[in-house]
Design a protein around this ligand. Structure first.
Ligand code: ZN
Length: 453
């Protein structure tokens, strides 16, 4: 790819407490080659010709946003499970109904549209926590990784990167009960067979990587946790795990194993700086210490936790214990990392009845560089030389953002304010439109197909 130059009205540079005005960003072959603030010494050096050629980016330009926790097919449930009463468990039954209808072709269509919606929202990389592996009844497809391949292809069509977190889902409960009904499509039998299958999935495309996931201590028997964790460790891959989203999981784990889910994961070698615990909504103080001391990351999904009545995780205590925080849209009730980011601060205010727990820069870090690191992309999420050329521009002249100082963007903007998205140097979204996918039309068609009575 040739040298490209962008002139950002404002850009959020690494380690800065607030955005910098008038920044020239240059990239070649998908990597940032220069970042030059023009206020001060930069302007004369850049030259008038260079500035004239540069693509103008009015508004605030951020590094790429990382959506560290996604189940793409949950997008089909938006607005269908929100009325009436019910809880996480009744929601899960509806989710299984959609899961039962998916095959590699229909999942490609749905995920392509869902990932393109993410691109429109400024998400340049997704962590897909993928457990819908097999055909009806649990029979493997001719290619046992056909569903994974569909998701990787979907991300390519949408123009974003993906870390396919291939998820071990082996049991129906902490007591090791066998999978039944729709859950049978998730299972590989045991962790060794899971490892064998995932080892055979080696996408060659530049935009995709493969990581591992333990669905939860509910779904992987204790004696098999180390097999999954060891596979990820030996391969140097990220390992993700749903953790303590519900008090019921803690209770069941205590009843069967006499300890919390976090302690169980620690005892089987599943925590560490390459591990990300998703949710961790109901940890004990000792759990927070185990997570923080091991530098285990925590992915918060506030809009989903809100939607499912999960509760509010102790985000500030997590960060202070030493866990890097990242963000995910999880069930896709909302796909908007600005909303996820500010919810980390705002939910903490509701919980503590105090304000000012996280700085704006900390929220930007969670939405960008920390999320990319949690997904194994250590060279993304910063506007700095050598990093991947991911640019996300947010307009500051919409009804929501007009008059807002650039530093306040994360407290005002929504995904609809994203105008321009560049992934690995390629423009994916311009003037608020996805360049290759008609997102609303494709979402409608894919979801109608899956939810028809
Ligand atoms: Zn999840």
């Amino acid at each position: 790819m040739p040298l490209t130059r962008w002139l950002a009205e404002y850009a959020w540079l690494p380690e800065h407490a607030e955005p910098t005005p008038d920044v020239l960003i240059e990239a070649e072959d998908g990597r940032i080659t220069a970042v030059t603030p023009l206020v001060g010494d930069g302007a004369p050096a850049a030259g008038v010709e260079v500035l004239r050629e540069a693509v103008r980016l009015p508004g605030l330009t951020l590094p790429g946003l990382a959506n560290a926790h996604s189940h793409a097919f949950h997008r089909a449930l938006r607005g269908r499970t929100h009325g009436g009463r019910g809880d996480f468990w009744s929601w899960r039954d509806v989710m299984y109904t959609v899961a039962a209808r998916l095959d590699p072709d229909s999942y490609l269509a749905l995920a392509r549209a869902a990932y393109a919606e993410m691109a429109l929202a400024g998400i340049t990389c997704v962590g897909e926590f993928h457990y819908l592996h097999h055909g009806p009844g649990g029979t493997p497809y001719a290619d046992p990784n056909a569903m994974s391949a569909a998701l990787v292809e979907a991300a390519a069509h949408a123009g974003i990167r993906i870390t396919l977190l291939d998820t071990a889902y082996l049991a129906a409960g902490v007591d090791g009960a066998p999978l039944t009904g729709p859950q049978r499509r998730f299972g590989d039998g045991d962790a060794l067979r899971w490892a064998e299958r995932v080892s055979g999935f080696t996408p060659e495309d530049d935009h995709a990587r493969v990581g591992a996931a333990i669905h939860s201590v509910r779904a992987v028997p204790a004696e098999q946790l180390a097999t999954v964790a060891g596979w990820a460790d030996r391969q140097g891959r990220p390992l993700h795990v749903h953790l303590s989203e519900q008090p019921a999981e803690n209770d069941a784990c205590r009843a069967v194993h006499g300890c919390t889910p976090t302690r169980l994961l620690a005892d089987h070698g599943a925590l560490g700086r390459h591990t990300t615990a998703v949710h961790a909504t109901h940890p004990t103080s000792a759990d927070l210490t185990l997570l923080g001391d091991s530098r285990t990351g925590i992915c918060l999904c506030p809009t989903t936790e809100r939607d499912l009545a999960d509760g509010i995780g102790p985000a500030r205590r997590m960060a202070e214990a030493g866990s890097p925080l990242s963000l995910g849209s999880d069930s896709h009730a909302v796909v908007d990392l600005f909303e996820e980011a500010r919810a980390v601060e705002l939910d903490e205010r509701l919980r503590t009845r105090r304000r000012g727990h996280f700085t704006a820069a900390e929220l930007v870090t969670a939405a960008t560089v920390a999320g990319h690191a949690a997904l194994g992309w250590e060279d993304a999420g910063r506007l700095s030389v050598g990093d991947r050329a991911d640019l996300v521009t947010v307009r500051l002249d919409s009804a929501r953002t007009a008059g807002v100082p650039p530093v306040g963007t994360f407290f005002a903007a929504t995904a609809a304010d994203v105008t321009h998205v560049v992934v690995d140097g390629r423009t994916v979204v311009a003037e608020g439109r996805h360049l290759t996918v008609d997102v609303p039309a494709e979402l409608s068609a894919a979801i109608e197909e899956l939810t028809r009575p």
